[in-house]
Design a protein around this ligand. Structure first.
Ligand SMILES: Cc1cc2nc3c(=O)[nH]c(=O)nc-3n(C[C@H](O)[C@H](O)[C@H](O)COP(=O)(O)O)c2cc1C
Length: 351
């Protein structure tokens, strides 16, 4: 089905296709026709951070920034959906065009810049969600005009607003499209910010009588030393999980594409090895009790299996959905199921 729709979507400017695609999904869902897009994956319950996921394949942040399409996205069969990044106040993001396709590489470059309607609008949307097909993650960030010195206030504000509604919260300090944001990943800044948020998480847990796991999402462009330092800080502070990774600013593998000169974060196939290497490094440096989410470049079931082999407990997709459609979700679930069941048959695939 998606094979027929894709040429139509790819005929539109990328951001228009994005909006049109989401509107169409909502319409199909409203008519009860989501199943036209393909069969839903068979359940494959998976536990992580104290939550049960109907399957381990989720939607990565950024596709539904305002949480306005949650019902329709769950209907595609995702085991979890992460909405956001949301900021305290609404902001328009960067001027258009700001989203580019590199079809030869099955990749995207985006410099959206946290365009979103603000956390109050997201909360209103989430309150209207009818059925959660699995855990709902809410990814939080800071406004563009908030200096890093007061970034903790933005993150705290968002954490407090979304805490009662979220099944987990992701602290995004890894987007390349908000100037200086990635500096929050440096050891001292990271310890300060995540330390403050961990205290708030405990306080909010007591206030609301429920513990909402908090994850931190990191970039693929850190040096090995920086990854080791981040792993140390995040383990010390006992975060509930880490998401590896966001998009890359590297263009090494797509240099010959004319679009590669566009500023922004590169996602999709060319990101796979780089983000998996960061995931693997984190897994060797962090206690097993802290689960990792693998994201970056999953375009097939085999890619999802590679993330699990590198230490992921769950995976997420975004760009793969654009190039492969929602059939990718079931393909990943089945490939992960086969890998998990393989050892008992003495038949572990060669990774
Ligand atoms: C258009 C676009 C917008 C994105 N926006 C966000 C965002 O708001 N917050 C975030 O944490 N990640 C964002 N991401 C990053 C994705 O969540 C994901 O980490 C990254 O794209 C790598 O996965 P993929 O190769 O499967 O796309 C965005 C990615 C794309 C392509």
């Amino acid at each position: 089905m998606y094979g027929l729709v894709r040429p139509l979507l790819f005929g539109l400017e990328a951001e228009r296709a994005h909006a049109f695609g989401l509107r169409s999904l909502d319409t199909l869902h409203g008519l009860g026709l989501s199943r036209l897009l393909g069969p839903r994956p068979r359940p494959f319950p998976t536990n992580a951070f104290g939550l049960t996921f109907p399957n381990p394949v989720g939607l990565a942040a950024g596709l539904d920034k305002n949480g306005a399409h949650v019902d329709a996205l769950f209907a595609l069969g995702f085991g979890f959906v992460e909405i956001g990044t949301v900021t305290p106040r609404p902001q328009p993001g960067n001027p258009q065009p700001r989203l580019f396709r590199l079809p030869r590489y099955r990749a995207l470059i985006n410099r959206l810049g946290f365009n979103n309607d603000g956390v109050d609008a997201l909360v209103r949307n989430v309150e209207r969600v009818r059925v959660r097909g699995g855990p709902l993650g809410i990814n939080i960030g800071k406004n563009k005009d908030t200096p890093n010195e007061s970034a903790d206030r933005d993150y705290l504000h968002c954490l407090e607003r979304v805490y009662p509604l979220a099944d987990y919260v992701t602290v995004n300090i890894s987007s390349p499209n908000t100037a200086g944001l990635r500096e929050l990943q440096e050891e001292q800044a990271l310890r300060r910010l995540v330390g403050t948020l961990r205290e708030a998480q405990e306080r909010l847990g007591a206030k609301h009588g429920k513990r909402v796991p908090m994850l931190v999402k990191i970039a693929p462009d850190m040096s090995d030393d920086d990854v080791h330092a981040a792993a140390r800080v995040l383990a010390d502070l006992q975060v509930d999980g880490v998401i590896a990774t966001n998009t890359t600013v590297s263009r090494i593998s797509v240099q010959d594409d004319p679009q590669s000169r566009e500023t922004g974060g590169l996602s999709g196939e060319p990101l796979m090895n780089k983000s998996t290497a960061v995931l693997r490094m984190l897994r060797t440096r962090m206690p097993e009790a802290i689960p990792l989410v693998g994201v970056g470049g999953i375009l097939s079931g085999a890619d999802a299996v590679k993330k699990m082999a590198a230490g992921a407990s769950l995976v997420q997709v975004y760009t793969g959905l654009v190039y492969r459609g929602s059939g990718l979700i079931g393909e990943c679930v089945e490939a992960i199921r086969r890998r998990k069941e393989a050892p008992s048959r003495g038949n572990l695939p060669n990774l």
